[in-house]
Design a protein. Structure first.
Length: 505
């Protein structure tokens, strides 16, 4: 008997050319090139049989130099060991063009694409991956259109544009970027990528919820006491000060990753597995997210930045002492907040979100804590711990469900027992990297795991209300927490005043 139930099988990706804008940058080296190599090396049935990868950047570089740089990146960052024969096949598909910042660069790009496609017998199916700063996205979209590199929607051959987060730095800039994109591209051609949505455990949230009636029947205000979402990072700002300091934890993590997780954990069942149905169900969560009241950025939100401390047995310096951080910086590296979703399912249930850098360990979890049992029977003498479902997104992917059981012996001694599933031990074979799955979905044209323009707008609306109150009220404190801790005391008070405690990864 086959233990696996196949719900659907994606169609094979058509031949195409992937153009990586900013191909000499860190994202291309660490994620995109290794992911494309892994797709090739695995030889998946639905991967395109023929394709080309064209690096497009400002830096002048010979094709062989680009291929060697790509080989070093794949050897270092790929989840697979580099195979000589597979790499030779893959590297033959790599090409490079300088001129991203040149006036005639996009016309040269068109010429090179036509040459590549003619040489390999590829149709003009083109994917433009914009691994560039947010402020450069509108110009790239405009210049692609001016150079005649954008096919109309519904044409025989496709044009697809991949945009990395962050999409804007606030609501106004996000709407401006979206307006520029929509001027030259149809929404069906735009793929806004959030790599969290490609993680195996994040995808399993829908299966866990909607394929198991035991959970879906308990999912809501009648049975759930509260929900916690924690995304902890052990590393500091490192060499990313130029990007991170203007952004901070609220923009960098809450606006995209954490609100995506909130939407997935709280959404109602979609009417189908179609991309539009799933995206609509997620957007409805943000539409029901309670707006921040006046003074809410102080009462319901805690911001802080890390000070000096110890992480993994090593001394860590304070954020203010990191290289490239301005002396007058007021950027937060930690945010904790309490939110409510005002709909029938979740009315009155608090959602606690927390994220920060320089925490004791890297880990992302969602904890759904159920309500206490009545103070009768076994709960009469002292309060019993509640049942809890913990979903581990990284690094130890899986989930656990805590129930109470009698400990063997003559007396009735009750203690929590954890029923635990670990992906690594339960399922054989390595899981694809998030970027592998997402890149393949772009090739196929599946929007399910990508962010819609409406979601971007609604998430920024919620975050903007916090940013505006921070800006208008400089007396709102920016706390400090020791590196190697789970945040400031103020974050503990935020949840403790409701009679609850944070559950650490």
């Amino acid at each position: 008997m086959n233990d696996f139930i196949q719900i659907s099988k994606a169609q094979a990706a058509p031949p195409c050319t992937v153009v990586i804008f900013g191909a000499s940058g860190d994202l291309a080296r660490r994620k995109l090139i290794p992911a494309l190599y892994n797709l090739h090396a695995c030889g998946q049935e639905i991967a395109p049989r023929d394709y080309a990868v064209l690096g497009f950047a400002r830096r002048a570089m010979a094709v062989e130099e680009f291929r060697e740089s790509a080989r070093e990146a794949a050897a270092r960052f790929s989840r697979l060991e580099l195979n000589h024969d597979r790499w030779r096949e893959f590297s033959a598909r790599l090409d490079y063009l300088a001129g991203l910042d040149q006036p005639d660069g996009f016309h040269k790009l068109k010429t090179r694409l036509e040459q590549l496609e003619a040489a390999r017998g590829l149709p003009p199916n083109r994917i433009y991956y914009l691994s560039v700063p947010p402020e450069a996205v509108p110009e790239c979209a405009e210049r692609l259109a001016e150079a005649g590199l954008v096919a109309r929607p519904g044409a025989a051959n496709f044009t697809r544009l991949v945009v990395e987060k962050p999409i804007g730095t606030d609501l106004e800039s996000a709407l401006k970027i979206d307006g520029a994109l929509r001027q030259y591209f149809d929404e069906s051609q735009i793929f806004r990528i959030d790599h969290y949505l490609g993680k195996e455990t994040v995808q399993n949230l829908m299966v866990l919820r909607f394929a198991n009636s035991i959970f879906e029947r308990m999912w809501g205000a009648r049975n759930v006491d509260h929900v916690q979402i924690t995304v902890a990072e052990s590393e500091g700002v490192g060499t990313r000060a130029m990007y991170y300091d203007p952004a901070g934890a609220l923009r960098d993590m809450v606006q995209n990753h954490m609100l995506q997780l909130l939407a997935l954990i709280a959404m109602d069942p979609p009417v189908s597995l179609d991309a539009d149905a799933i995206r609509d169900a997620k957007i409805n969560v943000l539409r029901a997210l309670r707006p921040l009241p006046p003074g809410g950025a102080n009462a319901l939100v805690v911001r802080a930045r890390y000070g000096a401390g110890m992480v993994d047995g090593e001394t860590a310096r304070a954020y203010a002492q990191e290289q490239g951080i301005p002396a007058a910086s007021r950027t937060e590296t930690f945010v904790a907040l309490k939110a409510y979703i005002d709909n029938w399912r979740w009315s009155g249930v608090p959602f606690y979100l927390r994220t920060g850098k320089r925490m004791p360990a890297r880990g992302s979890i969602i904890c759904v804590q159920f309500k206490d049992v009545p103070r009768i029977l076994f709960n009469r003498e002292r309060k019993l711990p509640p049942n809890a479902l913990t979903i581990r997104i990284q690094p130890d992917e899986g989930f656990s469900f805590e129930v109470l059981a009698k400990q063997p012996g003559l007396d009735i001694a009750i203690r929590p027992v954890r029923m635990n599933l670990r992906y690594e031990s339960e399922f054989s074979g390595p899981s694809p990297d998030a970027y592998e799955r997402l890149l393949l979905d772009v090739m196929i044209g599946d929007h399910t795991l990508f962010v819609s323009s409406t979601f971007v707008e609604k998430s920024w609306e919620f975050v903007q209300s916090i940013l505006d109150q921070w800006s208008a009220n400089p007396e709102i404190p920016l706390y400090e927490y020791a590196a190697g801790s789970y945040g400031p005391e103020a974050a503990e008070r935020l949840i403790a005043q409701d009679g609850r405690v944070w559950l650490n990864p």
